[in-house]
Design a protein around this ligand. Structure first.
Ligand SMILES: *[C@@H]1O[C@H](CO)[C@@H](O)[C@H](O)[C@H]1NC(C)=O
Ligand SMILES: *[C@@H]1O[C@H](CO)[C@@H](O)[C@H](O)[C@H]1NC(C)=O
Ligand SMILES: *[C@@H]1O[C@H](CO)[C@@H](O)[C@H](O)[C@H]1NC(C)=O
Length: 624
């Protein structure tokens, strides 16, 4: 039973750090950009020499504190030991085009690593001796091919050492000591590497042979490491596996720099306490009529522009002005621009509680229906990095991929807004509201859906080739059916956003390799696709991707044993009975599903092979 929900808006607080909204203001001079950077910093007493109207550089002399200049151009910022904290306005830094050296070593910065990786020409990066925390995305350094010196030491970074560091062809000095990095050391074989220090972390496994020229001083204080340098012999289990890099199962809870980040809008859905319902009922598409109109009050800082205008545009020329009110950040406006006030005024009803959060259907006053997903456990990234990630998702364009339209960021939870489809999910169409078999999908439709899903997945794999697992949460409840049962993938690409505690909820983390070896890979997505294929052909609810382990069939096992006994035809869903003469093709597709769900990722099909095999499936029309 869907329950009416209330949206309620609480007073806003200022946040000077809320998402930077506009593309580069290209004409700003170095000094303007530096002044904006100063504005974003706290305890900037050390920067008293940074004043408007004066010149930051006199020839090759920095006249402002901490500046390095060359021919009147700012080339370096050495803001070390200045007691700085706050937010590093990367948007401003990007405008300082000559910048090659950036250091904020020995200050009091907190939060996840800023998006310094947008500065693609940087040669020297010192973030050491701060309180930076959280996981650094594995591909973080991929756009920074000029980097020579990277100091991240003496912070609180967690997760794996980003493997992109090992791809920096000019890297000479790497300081990672005194953090909480875990997992194995990537196989650094950067030709120019002269110094590396990974001491005092929580690294484990064998020290890569490429680092054999470095001695114990580079590796001390990691009890889990083995190798000649540390005098510990490696056992078989320490041998690196091909999927090492995907061991980024380590994410981190982030303590977002409190006051600066304190947010903005409090967007709460209140609900009546209700009995826990089973997965089926929760995933059902609600169509109850008890949606309720909700009164809204919006309190903003009166000095600022209205919430309405902040919500409805991102094209303001001054990004910092917008940052003071919270909003719904549009990442895809192909379906029009949505304002938070409009959303708040609208009637909402619950659609279901998924593994990462709850979904609501919101009927806007203009008649448009949207889905709002309210996600918890998504604190792996700070605001800026989160923004960048979600924008990537919003920019995707494929006929079978449903990009998010907008998001709303608060430390405690995130909201995602999607287009609404009245048919709901594939799960709902197959299994209905508890028990009802989905006779509405005939065989040709099911094949079409499988093809669409596979093609959408292939596209994601091409768009995110460096990710451990490009979709990460593929299951029938995350496949939405549009008009004419056209399938759309949703809830993809969340893997970098989710906290370590939340990763288990993702489908890719329920695959055999995740459960047994704690690794995921693009083939984990293929496994999840295989589950959907088996599910769509048998009409059974797979236990593999349910939120809790109660109920559901171990569909992989069931299909495997049916094949071994030659009775696979018995498994086919009666909903496809109209196409009896296609049983051979159905069995072929069932075989594809079985090959996609091989326990060992090596034996499993990859996405290309899967698509090829699916394309070979003949679809004779529906013949009685
Ligand atoms: C710039 O430096 C030159 C030589 O060091 C000095 O004579 C001049 O006064 C400086 N100009 C300013 C504006 O500080
Ligand atoms: C760090 O900065 C402080 C001033 O804030 C300074 O006294 C101290 O010597 C610096 N430490 C290092 C190791 O540079
Ligand atoms: C690496 O860092 C540790 C801890 O700061 C230090 O004791 C050690 O001497 C460093 N190793 C090298 C090779 O400099």
């Amino acid at each position: 039973m869907a329950v009416a929900r209330f949206f309620r808006l609480f007073p806003l607080l200022l946040s000077s750090s809320f998402v930077v909204l506009s593309p580069l203001a290209s004409s700003a001079s170095d000094s303007e950009a530096l002044l904006r950077l100063k504005e974003s910093l706290i305890s900037a007493g050390a920067l008293d020499s940074w004043v408007p109207g004066s010149n930051p550089c006199n020839g090759s002399q920095g006249t402002w504190e901490g500046l390095r200049c060359s021919n009147g151009v700012v080339t370096g910022l050495r803001l070390e030991g200045m007691g700085l904290s706050g937010y590093i306005d990367v948007e401003a830094l990007v405008e300082i085009q000559g910048l090659r050296v950036f250091s904020v070593a020995n200050n009091s910065f907190t939060d996840v690593i800023p998006e310094i990786n947008r500065l693609g020409s940087l040669k020297v990066l010192f973030l050491s001796m701060n309180q930076f925390s959280g996981v650094i995305p594995s591909e973080y350094f991929d756009n920074m091919g000029s980097l020579k010196k990277v100091w991240l030491s003496n912070n609180k970074f967690t997760g794996n050492i980003p493997v992109s560091l090992s791809r920096l062809s000019r890297l000479t000095d790497l300081h990672l000591e005194n953090n909480q990095f875990g997992g194995q050391i990537p196989a650094f074989d950067n030709p120019t590497l002269k110094y590396i220090n990974v001491s005092n972390n929580q690294l484990e496994g064998e020290i890569p042979s490429s680092l054999s020229k470095f001695n114990a001083d580079s590796f001390a204080g990691n009890p889990g490491l083995c190798g000649e340098q540390v005098g510990v012999e490696c056992s078989k289990a320490d041998q690196p596996t091909p999927n090492d890099t995907s061991k980024t199962i380590v994410a981190a809870l982030i303590t977002l720099g409190a006051v600066l980040f304190i947010a903005v809008i409090f967007f709460a859905f209140r609900w009546r306490k209700k009995k826990q319902q089973n997965d089926l009922k929760e995933l059902k598409t609600g169509n109850s009529n008890d949606a309720v109109e909700v009164p809204v009050s919006v309190i903003t800082d009166k000095k600022e522009e209205s919430v309405k205008s902040a919500c409805s545009t991102r094209k303001d020329s001054n990004p910092r002005r917008l940052s003071t009110v919270t909003e719904l950040v549009m990442v895809n406006d192909e379906k029009g621009v949505i304002g938070l006030p409009d959303l708040l005024k609208s009637a909402a009803e619950v659609l279901g509680n998924g593994s990462l959060g709850s979904s609501y259907k919101v009927k806007m006053t203009n008649g448009v229906a949207l889905v709002v997903k309210r996600m918890r456990q998504m604190n792996a990234l700070g605001n800026d990095a989160f923004d960048a990630e979600v924008r990537k998702l919003g920019n995707l364009r494929h006929p079978n991929v449903l990009p998010p339209l907008a998001y709303h960021y608060r430390k405690e939870e995130k909201l995602f807004v999607y287009e609404y489809f009245s048919k709901g999910s594939l799960f709902y169409q197959l299994h209905g509201d508890g028990g009802k078999s989905g006779g509405e999908l005939d065989w040709p439709t099911r094949v079409k859906i499988v093809r669409g899903i596979a093609e959408g997945l292939d596209y994601l794999h091409k768009e995110f080739p460096l990710r451990d697992v490009p979709h990460g949460n593929l299951k029938s409840s995350n496949v939405l059916l549009g008009p004419d049962n056209h399938p759309f993938l949703s809830d993809y690409g969340f893997h970098p956003l989710v906290n370590i505690d939340g990763l288990q909820a993702l489908c890719a983390y329920k695959t055999p390799e995740a459960v047994q070896q704690k690794t995921v890979s693009p083939k984990s997505d293929v496994y999840c696709l295989g589950i959907i294929i088996l599910e769509i052909l048998t009409g059974e609810i797979p236990c593999q991707c349910l939120n809790d382990s109660k109920g559901g069939t171990d569909i992989v096992q069931w299909v495997a044993s049916a094949f071994s006994e030659g009775r696979q035809a018995e498994l086919l869903d009666t909903g496809m009975e109209g196409c009896r003469n296609s049983v051979g093709s159905m069995e072929k597709l069932l075989r594809v599903g079985a090959l996609c769900t091989e326990t060992s990722p090596e034996k499993r099909l990859d996405i290309k092979e899967t698509i090829r095999m699916i394309e070979e499936i003949q679809v004779e029309g529906s013949v009685e």
